[in-house]
Design a protein around this ligand. Structure first.
Ligand code: 6PG
Length: 240
């Protein structure tokens, strides 16, 4: 694992650095594989990042957008990660509709939707049932409980190692989420974390010893690049 940690002075600098890192991955991916694949995180931190990327002139027809997790709500629901990303970014650029790979949330059963998305990913990446395809970039946030994507502490989703997608659970509310082995297959995993409220969780995630099921972001140990981009409020006292 190739882990890098950067602490930026404030949220604006965190967003600028995160954008810079993402943009640096696009051309090499297109040159090597003809496309760039990225999975988005939800929540509030990435919104200004998505707004910044929407200002860029990029080869949108070669960029494919996925989600690392999604609340199990309709795509027009205020809690939808897809809706946030569309409003902040995707509706503002001429990316082909077919390049936006939203997680399905209208099957009435999260397990059915998770299986559907898994099938879609396997077809898109032309991979067999036992392979874990590598996305170019997976963006992640981290909750103050050290969850990431929708991999919440002490939930069944943390035990799933043979699939790409599973059902997460937040306080009884179903989510669709990448599994941690699928996240770990990525070429580059980027945590973008801001705010003093994340300090205690970060201390546990970076601790030499702690329980992974209690602090699920500890499961994220990709073979490729692992970036922790933090603002000073979150990362200043971190023992690196
Ligand atoms: C979600 C996210 C989730 C998020 C963290 C951090 O669906 O909520 O994918 O994993 O990244 O909860 O959220 P904030 O950035 O809002 O603190």
């Amino acid at each position: 694992m190739n882990k890098k940690v950067e602490v930026l002075p404030d949220l604006a600098a965190l967003i600028a650095r995160s954008q810079e890192l993402i943009l640096s991955k696009i051309e090499p991916a297109i040159q090597q594989r003809g496309q760039f694949t990225i999975a988005l995180s939800g929540g509030s931190t990435p919104k200004p990042l998505y707004e910044a990327i929407a200002q860029q002139k990029l080869p949108w027809d070669k960029i494919h957008v996925f989600w690392g997790d999604e609340r199990y709500v309709p795509p027009d629901h205020a809690d939808s990660n897809q809706l946030m990303a569309r409003r902040a970014w995707l509706d503002r650029v001429d990316i082909p509709a077919a390049n936006i790979h939203a997680m399905p949330t209208s099957d009435g059963d999260a397990a059915v939707s998770a299986a559907k998305y898994e099938q879609h990913l396997r077809e898109f990446f032309h991979c067999s049932a036992s392979e874990f395809p590598a996305l170019d970039v997976i963006l992640l946030g981290m909750g103050d409980d050290a969850h990431t994507a929708s991999l919440f502490p002490h939930t069944e989703a943390l035990k799933v190692r043979d699939r790409l997608i599973t059902v997460g659970n937040k306080d009884g509310n179903p989510r669709i989420t990448f599994t941690y082995p699928f996240i770990n297959a990525a070429r580059c995993v980027m945590f973008v974390v801001g705010g003093a409220n994340k300090r205690p969780a970060l201390a546990q995630v970076f601790a030499p010893v702690a329980d992974n099921s209690t602090y699920p972001s500890r499961f994220i140990q990709p073979q490729g690049e692992l970036w922790w981009l933090l603002d000073a409020a979150a990362g200043l006292e971190l023992k690196l």
